[in-house]
Design a protein around this ligand. Structure first.
Ligand code: ADP
Ligand code: MG
Ligand code: MG
Ligand code: MG
Ligand code: MG
Length: 442
């Protein structure tokens, strides 16, 4: 373990920390905060801080609203930026019921539970995410627009490249907070960026994704920009994904690597792919959780549309990056950054483990460009499509016991209820597109 409770207390005192943010995630992956002054830190580390669970989306009803926060001391970080209230730090917390049992509605607990399942079979999970996002200009009132500085640049509105300098500061801030940044670059869309950090065990990575989004938003704001992880903010321009590079370890070795195999992949790796492909449709309801997610999953923008895997091609759902040995991994390319990273990883793992447990061999890899195939070819190779909409994904989720089980009853019920109402609200809304198409035509 990185830090004990004593370490946290001592370092906080040494560094003059004045406020601690106790952080956790609601079922949609939105970060929640209970802030305490330094005087309360001792109490927090004794797991004595309570909050009202009924105030959080998808948690509990008023009658059962007392929840306890248990800080994970390994997640202790002092924010490198100054705030008006002085030095601040954070601790990511697990949520417990008053009777001392873990709360089933805590997504972090759900990931831990699935990691326990893997452990029983001898596996640990490593994940490296690739988070893409857009940086948009804000207007005179400080409200976000969908205008990028790249586009504005053509009109000479801003003399410096705001986006590039914001991204540089994001990288240096993340580094100060302990992230190992592997790469950062401008993405294909105007105003679109990607910052990649090094893989870690699944729980640390899910925590990191939460922290990452917070830092990106804060630093963007400092530069007068709005950072968005919305999957497809502008029609006709590449959406933002969050590829999830995944591997399993067994006995401290990469369980996906087998030098004696033709592709250098182990049986476990093939089965894991088989499981992901089998559950791909239901999994999409979790990895791509918004109405807008499905506007990214269309052809022409490097986002996956078809359920297939490949060792070469960049278009299918699962790609096998060329590196072998310890770097052997599969890359799931459907997820987008509007998902809850705890649930996305929990469900990916459950799908992959189902493949391992039931020895689900995937169909042969597809090394041809799927987008160039016609209907007949697709049918012959039995290549199906990912869900077209949140609605389709939700209908399939209801029939997938493996993914439902991975979520647990509490989260499954709350999630599905909320997502159906989101779908219904969208389904009945009259959009700009309809006005443009029909108002004068009829
Ligand atoms: P791409 O080629 O798709 O752009 P990147 O180089 O941007 O991929 O990202 C690769 C990600 O995969 C990084 O987060 C990296 O740390 C991660 N990664 C590397 N090795 C492993 C592994 N064995 N298991 C899981 N993730 C890994
Ligand atoms: Mg990348
Ligand atoms: Mg790369
Ligand atoms: Mg990218
Ligand atoms: Mg990638």
């Amino acid at each position: 373990n990185k830090y004990s409770a004593e370490d946290v207390l001592r370092i906080s005192k040494e560094r003059g920390v004045e406020f601690i943010h106790l952080q956790f995630s609601d079922i949609f992956g939105v970060m929640k905060n209970v802030s305490i002054p330094i005087e309360e830190l001792d109490k927090a580390l004794n797991n004595e801080i309570m909050f009202d669970g009924s105030s959080i989306d998808g948690f509990v009803r008023i009658e059962e609203s007392d929840m306890y926060l248990r800080p994970d001391t390994d997640t202790f970080v002092i924010f490198p930026w100054r705030t008006t209230s002085g030095v601040e730090a954070r601790l990511i917390c697990d949520i417990y019921n008053p009777d001392g049992t873990p709360f089933e509605g805590d997504p972090r607990y759900i990931l831990k539970k699935n990691l326990e399942e893997a452990k029983k079979l001898g596996y640990t999970m490593n994940v490296g995410p690739e988070c893409e996002f857009y940086l948009f200009l804000t207007d005179e009132k400080g409200n976000p627009t969908t205008i990028t500085q790249d586009a504005a640049g053509y009109f000479d509105m801003a003399p410096v490249d705001l986006g590039e300098s914001a991204r540089k500061e994001m990288v240096s801030t993340l580094k100060e907070m302990g992230f190992a940044i592997e790469a950062s670059h401008h993405e294909v869309g105007p105003g679109q960026h990607e910052i990649d950090f090094k893989y870690d065990d699944a729980l640390a990575t899910a925590d990191n994704v939460m922290t990452f989004k917070m830092v990106v938003r804060i630093i963007a704001q400092k530069h007068g920009l709005h950072a968005t992880f919305m999957p497809k903010p502008v029609y006709g321009i590449a959406g933002s994904g969050m590829h999830l590079n995944q591997s399993l370890m067994k006995n401290s070795e990469n369980a996906f690597y087998d030098p004696s195999d033709q592709m250098g992949l182990s049986k476990d790796c093939y089965y894991y792919i088989g499981g992901l492909l089998k559950h791909a449709k239901a999994l999409t309801s979790i990895t791509n959780p918004t109405v807008n997610s499905y506007k990214r999953l269309v052809s022409g923008f490097e986002a996956p549309v078809y359920i297939a895997w490949s060792g070469r091609n960049r278009s299918p759902l699962i790609r096998i990056p060329a590196k072998r040995g310890n770097s052997t991994r599969i890359e799931l390319r459907s997820p987008d950054p509007s998902n809850n990273p705890y649930l996305a990883l929990a469900c990916s793992l459950a799908a992959g483990l189902d493949g391992i447990k039931n020895k689900i061999m995937p169909p042969p890899s597809v090394d041809k460009n799927i987008y160039e195939m016609d209907e007949n070819e697709l049918k012959e190779l039995n290549i199906e499509k990912l869900p077209d909409s949140l609605e389709e994904a939700l209908v399939i989720l209801e029939k997938d016991e493996v993914i439902k089980n991975a979520l647990g009853e509490h989260i499954y019920n709350k999630y599905v209820e909320a997502k159906w109402s989101e779908w219904d609200s969208y389904r009945t809304y009259v959009t700009r597109w309809e006005i443009d198409q029909y108002l004068t035509k009829f």
